[in-house]
Ligand binder design. Structure first.
Ligand code: IMP
Length: 202
């Protein structure tokens, strides 16, 4: 079994990658389970930079292991890409998502754009640093529109206000299986899996 350390403390995320990578014979470890407690300052200016910062910090502590970091968020075109890399912190870390939505609608209405123009996309960026130090990025996006009111009760974060054009529903109206077919994270993860699978066959 190969070992991969994930730059995350988030149990759901660790479980998600465990399930994804188990068929390829990878054992996934979260940072805490390998004793990494340092706080990593994500001060990059893009999803890629932030994922690289996290992966490099972890690789420094575990130079012989493969490490993986991810960064993701929602970008709204009419708001110049906001909240983007600040998605979790938008309006303040403690602000509930219902209030984050209000803030977004307030700003979008102020642009004077029609609701059909409220284009947005989620990005997921994965940074893998391999055992030998090679760094690889897997990034993907899913496009949609910001809804003028929340729809659906599943998912997390901005899911209720993100209308996915590909499936014709909000992300919060999708089962986790459905979201795992079309989400930004699913697409980027599939690219990572394809890469690891091909690499390990040689
Ligand atoms: P992180 O990459 O896990 O730090 O996620 C950053 C933030 O982006 C999350 O806290 C959410 O606010 C937002 N986000 C990322 N992916 C999703 C998603 O699939 N649905 C809803 N919100 C998301």
């Amino acid at each position: 079994m190969k070992r991969l350390i994930l730059a995350s403390h988030n149990k759901d995320k660790i479980r998600e990658f465990e399930a994804l990578l188990a068929p390829l014979n990878y054992a996934v470890f979260g940072m805490r389970s390998v004793g990494f407690e340092d706080e990593i300052v994500e001060d990059g200016s893009s999803f890629i930079e932030n994922s690289v910062i996290k992966a490099r910090a972890l690789k420094k502590a575990f130079p012989h292991d493969a490490v993986l970091a991810d960064d993701s968020g929602l970008s709204i075109e009419a708001l110049g890409g906001e909240p983007g890399i600040y998605s979790a912190r938008f309006g303040g870390e403690e602000m509930p998502y219902a209030s984050k939505f209000d803030l977004i609608w307030q700003r979008l209405k102020a642009t004077g754009l029609a609701e059909e123009e409220w284009r947005a996309y989620f990005t997921a960026c994965l940074c893998l640093i391999e055992e030998d130090g090679a760094l690889r990025i897997f990034e993907d996006q899913v496009h949609g529109l910001i809804l003028p009111e929340p729809r659906g009760a599943a998912g997390f974060g901005y899911d209720p206000i993100f209308f996915c054009q590909e499936v014709g529903k909000s992300f919060a109206e999708l089962s986790s299986e459905e979201k795992n077919c079309c989400s930004h994270r699913a697409k980027a993860s599939r690219a990572l899996l394809r890469y690891l699978d091909a690499r390990d066959r040689h």
